[in-house]
Design a protein around this ligand. Structure first.
Ligand code: UDP
Length: 372
């Protein structure tokens, strides 16, 4: 049987890499990889690290990319690939334009559609935009739904998806992390050498990332003001912030946080360097979905700079705290985790609700069973 695994962005590549690897172990499947390259450079770094050579590369990233042209390009470019390879199963991930449009193309081609990281919902079609609509539409198109948690399973049941076609697997991001967290400790990397050279060993490292559209504008101003206060008030802290390249983020961050001695604003990091830095951190402040799923496996508490979340499991289990973009709350919660060691210790020992590193194995087992 033939599998086509399609993805286009950095987080998708990280989360699909374990599935590619797992399927390649099974000779009963011919598995090919297609990248739309909706992100280019950030995607390539991940492909290199996981040693994935795509069979098809649509190379779609453009200077003035917009949702309309991206949608049109993905569907047009996938047609000849689907017609040529004729996959039985097409695998898409999560909530990007690549996921939804590739699922639609696979539907036109008559392939079975497998949705990885299925069932996350905010149930507000405008937030996050366009991700929530992307994931809902992909869910509607999919034949098999690989839900990371019981909660995401429940969300799909509410939408009348047949329970037989929903499989709880955990999130493949943990599979990727388990392999990588070990590998990066001995990896030769200029980026990791650079990080070692700037890290002040005696200090507690706070790692910050942020990119979400809904935080652009006043949200990022508040976040930066909070980080400034934290840095000034806590000499024992070093804030390391790989700043997203989006000008809406970069400009504000550099205006407010340049030239503070215990804040390092650095370029975005490749995945292995980022994983290494997570392992060295005391606390992580982020608005990223993937990072809040990963951090609990490394025992790192996370403050999430969002007001609502499609990942309520982490909040319920206590591995993350939702702080929104309110300056006072960010400062208060950070200070609490810096100074209340009991609270810090108990948070860092919590079980990760997003899985144990076996998600891709479960997905492959399920598909193999269908073919028996
Ligand atoms: N990540 C990375 N370099 C960075 C920041 C994050 O490789 O400088 C990784 C991180 O480990 C996680 C993923 O990228 O696996 C998260 O991606 P992002 O925050 O861009 O997207 P989201 O998870 O919010 O969709």
């Amino acid at each position: 049987k033939k599998n086509l695994i399609i993805f286009g962005t950095r987080p998708e590549a990280i989360k699909m890499a374990p599935l590619v690897k797992e399927f390649k172990k099974h000779s009963s499947f011919e598995t090919k990889v297609c990248v739309t390259a909706q992100h280019r450079e950030m995607l390539d770094q991940v492909l290199d690290f996981f040693e994935i050579i795509p069979d098809y590369d649509l190379d779609l990233m453009k200077a003035n990319q917009n949702l309309y042209s991206l949608t049109a390009d993905i569907i047009t470019e996938l047609k000849p690939i689907l017609e040529d390879f004729k996959p039985n199963y097409v695998y898409v991930h999560g909530d990007t334009s690549t996921s939804t449009i590739a699922a639609l193309a696979a539907f036109y081609a008559g392939a079975k559609i497998c949705h990885i990281e299925a069932g996350l919902r905010t149930n507000n079609k405008w937030s996050p935009f366009p991700e929530e609509m992307n994931r809902q539409l992909t869910g509607r198109l999919a034949d098999y739904h690989f839900a990371p948690t019981q909660q995401s399973y429940n969300n799909l049941i509410v939408e009348n998806i047949n329970a037989e076609n929903i499989i709880i697997t955990g999130n493949t991001v943990i599979d990727a992390l388990m392999e990588s967290a070990e590998k990066v400790q001995n990896l030769k990397s200029n980026e990791i050498d650079y990080l070692k050279s700037i890290i002040n060993k005696g200090k507690k490292i706070i790692l910050v990332t942020g990119h979400r559209r809904e935080n652009h504008g006043q949200g990022f101003v508040n976040i930066c003001e909070a980080l400034k206060d934290i840095a000034y008030a806590n000499d024992e802290v070093q804030i390391i912030y790989p700043v997203h390249l989006n000008p809406n983020v970069k400009k504000v961050v550099h205006e407010i946080l340049s030239d503070i001695s215990n804040i390092n604003l650095i370029e975005p990091l490749s995945y292995p360097a980022f994983v290494w830095l997570m392992t060295q951190s005391y606390l992580i402040i982020t608005d990223s979905g993937g990072v809040q799923e990963e951090a609990p496996s490394l025992g790192k508490p996370v403050l999430v700079m969002r007001n609502t979340t499609e990942r309520p499991e982490a909040v319920a289990s206590g591995t993350v705290i939702l702080v929104g973009t309110d300056k006072d709350i960010i400062v208060k919660e950070t200070n609490s985790l810096l100074h209340d060691s009991q609270r810090y210790e108990s948070m860092s020992k919590l079980h990760n609700p997003y899985g144990d590193g076996n998600a891709s194995r479960k997905i492959v087992e399920f598909i193999s069973e269908l073919e028996k």
